[in-house]
Ligand binder design. Structure first.
Ligand code: PLP
Length: 471
């Protein structure tokens, strides 16, 4: 029996407690479709987490179970806000195994790098990146984007990691619908967020490629150095997919690094409805996407992929002496994650991703994405059929932006209030966004638990609340 200072004093009691907490977790997941979507935190619970660090330990079981109802609500079928995955019970089991092994997946010769490599190879296959692709499991698309654009930057400017960015004139391009993480990456990489040109969109909210080409021409004439273009596969506002093949053509002739932000959209390559519009993902030099959104892996889990393994490794493989690998022993192994990203110590995040992909298979994951797209189309039909509602954007994928119409009230204020009430009454959680200055009720469906009946409950509630507020 293990008797370290911090091991349980009574293993039998610990085992019984573990089983109780596992049962509480299973019950939580079993009832994920019931009750309110979002529960505001009671002040008493907030107070429990406003204490000084304890000198003496105490039993945490009670608080661990008390917090369970107070998550974001994204496990519930009527969570439609932002872009959140719903998770799956299988993820819990892999997390228990990973926690008990407590590996450090930064490098060396053990099972974690082998599992991670398997995940990367599967993803390269799914995204059309080919056998020679490189990649890394990361916390999400935000970090994946920083890693990808660092490699793009390093490829464009010889020696930039040593000399810094000073005196360079790097310019990148993305669309007005791009996620803010692209701008953040430009900032964090020292390129400067203003060196990211925001290319306008066409009426379908896709990057205007004529405008892109003109901007590149202008920048070259001005003596600047265009180095990369970031396309979006599934924009966060309303799901637009840029013309990725068209961007790839321009990137090729202009010799620009082509990065794709496919946070949720790229995984729709598994969907019969979307795969034809996502062929251009395979032409990217790098791709950032998430497992925790449309693939339903429990948070947090994302991925960055590269076509050119050497370029990827060159940007991160400057190891210190004490980290040198050996030909034998534990310091062997040919894949050290530390050579491919900024983190050294890291958990065994690849395990839950592997378990999820292995348990469900790509057919079921793709079918689940198909059903979400069908639900978004069903909602579009319902909005169209209701005279009191109007659509504010096309529905190319899984996001539906609409609003309640009123001749008497400020529609932006009214629809904002409708969304507050939906959230606060626990009926549903959409978010809002602005499209051409109009506030939309934004319904994103990346949830394998959502049914048609949930769409009906939402539409009926919007009309009921809208009628009352505008009466
Ligand atoms: C969610 C999202 C991001 C950010 O990804 P994280 O996993 O939250 O870091 C970037 N781009 C798009 C299009 C997204 O939907």
């Amino acid at each position: 029996m293990s008797q370290g200072d911090l091991d349980p004093k009574d293993w039998d009691a610990f085992r019984a407690q573990a089983h109780r907490l596992l049962d509480a977790s299973l019950d939580k997941m079993l009832t994920a479709s019931e009750g309110r979507v979002w529960n505001p935190l009671p002040d008493t619970l907030r107070e429990e987490f406003n204490r000084e660090i304890p000198r003496e330990g105490s039993d945490t079981e009670s608080l661990l179970t008390q917090i369970m109802p107070y998550g974001v609500g994204n496990t519930h079928p009527r969570f439609f806000g932002w872009v959140h995955g719903a998770g799956a019970p299988s993820g819990v089991l892999a997390e228990i195994i990973a926690a008990s092994m407590n590996v450090n997946a930064g490098g060396r010769d053990h099972i974690a790098p082998v599992v991670e490599r398997q995940v990367i190879r599967w993803c390269a296959d799914m995204m059309g990146f080919g056998e020679a692709a490189s990649g890394l499991v990361v916390s999400g698309t935000s970090l994946a984007t920083i890693i990808a654009l660092k490699v793009a930057r390093d490829q464009a400017l010889e020696g930039v990691s040593k000399t810094g960015i000073a005196n360079s004139h790097l310019i990148g391009y993305t669309s007005a619908q791009a996620h803010s993480c692209v701008k953040r990456a430009f900032d964090m990489l020292g390129i400067g967020s203003e060196q990211l040109r925001v290319v306008p969109c066409n009426q379908d909210f896709e990057m205007d490629l004529t405008a892109l080409q003109q901007q590149i021409n202008t920048d070259r004439t001005d003596g600047l150095q265009p180095f990369c273009v970031v396309g979006t596969a599934g924009a966060v506002n309303m799901g637009a997919i840029d013309d990725l093949e068209g961007i790839a053509d321009i990137a090729e002739t202009e010799n620009l690094w082509f990065h794709v932000d496919g946070a949720f959209g790229a995984t729709a390559r598994l969907s019969k409805y979307a795969k034809d519009r996502l062929t251009g993902v395979a032409r990217a030099d790098s791709l950032a996407f998430d497992f925790h959104k449309w693939l339903q892996v429990n948070y947090s889990a994302g991925c960055v992929l590269f076509k050119d393994e050497q370029a990827h490794r060159k940007s991160f493989s400057d190891r210190a002496e004490y980290l040198n690998s050996k030909s034998r022993g534990l310091a062997g192994g040919d894949f050290w994650a530390v050579d491919y990203g900024p983190e050294l110590s890291r958990g065994f995040h690849a395990l839950k991703i592997w378990a999820h992909l292995a348990e469900h298979g790509t057919d079921a994951l793709g079918a689940s994405i198909d059903r979400n797209i069908e639900l978004a189309r069903y909602l579009a039909k319902r909005v169209e059929a209701e005279p009191k509602l109007e659509s504010l954007a096309p529905v190319p994928l899984n996001i539906n932006c609409f609003r309640y119409r009123s001749d008497t009230t400020d529609m932006n204020e009214l629809n904002e209030e409708i969304v507050f009430e939906l959230q606060e009454t626990g009926v549903a959680v959409p978010s809002t966004t602005l499209l051409h200055g109009e506030l939309a009720i934004r319904v994103n469906i990346t949830n394998h638990r959502t049914q048609e009946s949930d769409m009906d409950i939402l539409v009926d509630a919007v009309i009921r609340i809208g009628d009352r507020l505008s009466a």
